[in-house]
Design a protein. Structure first.
Lengths: 97, 97
């Protein structure tokens, strides 16, 4: 079975970018220690500091589902809700090349 | 200096997904052999076969600029133009965590 890839774009309101950056950064270490997390990278757009993206790789769908239910993700989602500049764009992919 | 990260979403017209997939796949091997290419991964959306994304890492901006000017990218861009379902969304990022 191929791994599950995730590309998750998360946008802050322009004046909340630093605060959102702190919240998103805080979820990286606990996520990387989750079972089934192969890779979890947080990036910030070079020309728009309010534009963040996670690029993730998970062993399988069950590992990703457990991640979504994890306390750090659930709490992070509530904490960031008021900072967002739009609905997060989260898509699941399979590597083809 | 941090590396340059790229997330490039490329969408096909629904009936051209297979053809676009072939063109995008063909540019992976020559790109990976370019100087300064650290990583170059092509993915297809699990719920929308017309939705592709490249996740890339480059040593620096000069390496990325040389890539954009390379024959396989220039020719690929022309070849795929008629297959696209919209303007590609190509953004440059820096890893922050």
């Amino acid at each position: 079975m191929p791994t599950i890839r995730v590309v998750a774009h998360i946008k802050a309101q322009p004046d909340q970018a630093e605060k959102l950056k702190g919240l998103l950064t805080a979820q990286v270490a606990p996520t990387r220690s989750e079972d089934g997390c192969i890779s979890y990278v947080l990036m910030q757009n070079n020309s728009d500091p309010a534009d963040f993206v996670f690029v993730e790789e998970w062993r399988d769908l069950n590992a990703l589902k457990a991640h979504i239910k994890s306390p750090h993700i659930q709490q992070g989602r509530e904490a960031r809700a008021a900072l967002l500049g739009g609905e997060p764009d989260i898509r699941l992919y399979t590597q083809i090349a």
